[in-house]
Design a protein around this ligand. Structure first.
Ligand code: AMP
Length: 286
């Protein structure tokens, strides 16, 4: 496995792989890898010949006052994990490699980006779409794997790929969870033991929504209220949003008639965590 830091070296390596007729599978990450990321690498290996993992904490997707500076980083450990997982290249550019001092072109998806996290994190999805577009140009993947953990991000990338005609197949991978159900996230590292024990409520609230649906409840507002009471049982847990949106359009729904994304964002002890489920369950795994 090679570690590449330069944009031009990465592009040349990609061209060599392509000239051999091999398929490039791509997993973009911000590093501090956990089993969720590793599941994406596994998936990429199963659908391509040559797997590139990028590790880049992308400054343009952090809003002012967010945790860009203190986002957890551990490049040495990440490289070892990628090697053990059978990746072929780790692409780890510096921010100055990716963004010229006078960088002025951005990619803006203006539909799926507007609600949910987009409403609370202005500019976040513009940063995500911009960096993914740049990475697609540099890594030249045939297929790219994204986690359902960030369902809105996945939908934004699918839309960008379609609308800008990137010749890249987008593959979705299911959410990997801790044994108690908490979705794995690099930000879980920030949780104090006390906050960590409260964080499981997020998963419990989603399971609760699934159960209510199975019992016949279709009223999205009633499901949200019931989830909110469960979450509010934990002190110091602040709800950013509980949303029920149509999975295809990401527009809010009053009744769950077809696949709906039930998404939660909370803050516990200053740490922002998101999670979701799709009901009725549809396999997004491709
Ligand atoms: P990040 O490093 O947080 O930007 O995430 C990189 C990729 O890993 C994204 O496609 C995420 O959706 C995915 N990912 C993060 N956490 C998980 C998880 N718990 N399960 C599955 N995929 C995940």
């Amino acid at each position: 496995m090679k570690v590449i830091y330069s944009v031009t070296d990465m592009y040349e390596a990609a061209m060599q792989v392509r000239s051999r007729g091999e398929r490039i599978g791509f997993v973009p990450t911000m590093g501090f890898l956990h089993d969720g990321h590793l599941s994406l690498i596994k998936k990429a290996r199963s659908v391509s010949d040559w797997v590139v993992v990028s590790i880049f904490v992308n400054p343009t997707q952090f809003c002012p006052g967010e945790d860009y500076e203190r986002y957890p980083r551990d490049m040495r450990r990440d490289v070892e994990l990628c090697r053990n997982e059978g990746a072929h290249i780790v692409f780890a550019p510096e921010a100055v490699q990716m963004y010229a001092a006078d960088h002025a072109v951005y990619v803006e998806e203006s539909d799926f980006s507007s609600g949910l996290c987009g409403a609370l994190r202005p500019g976040h999805f513009r940063g995500v779409a911009t960096v993914v577009a740049k990475l697609f140009n540099i890594v030249q993947p045939h297929v790219a794997v994204f986690g359902m953990k960030d369902a809105q991000q996945l939908r934004v990338i699918e839309r960008m790929t379609r609308d800008l005609n990137f010749p890249v197949e987008i593959v979705a991978a299911p959410i990997v969870r801790e044994p108690d159900g908490l979705a794995m996230s690099s930000r879980n590292k920030y949780l104090t033991p006390e906050s960590r024990s409260k964080a499981v409520r997020i998963y419990e609230s989603l399971r609760h929504a699934e159960r209510l649906y199975q019992e016949g409840m279709r009223d999205a507002g009633a499901i949200r209220d019931s989830m909110a009471s469960l979450l509010q049982g934990a002190t110091d847990l602040r709800i950013d949003y509980i949303a029920t949106v149509d999975y295809e359009t990401l527009k809010p729904v009053d009744r769950i008639e077809r696949a709906a994304l039930v998404a939660v964002a909370v803050r516990i002890g200053g740490v922002r965590l998101i999670d979701n489920t799709v009901i009725p369950y549809i396999s997004r795994e491709t």
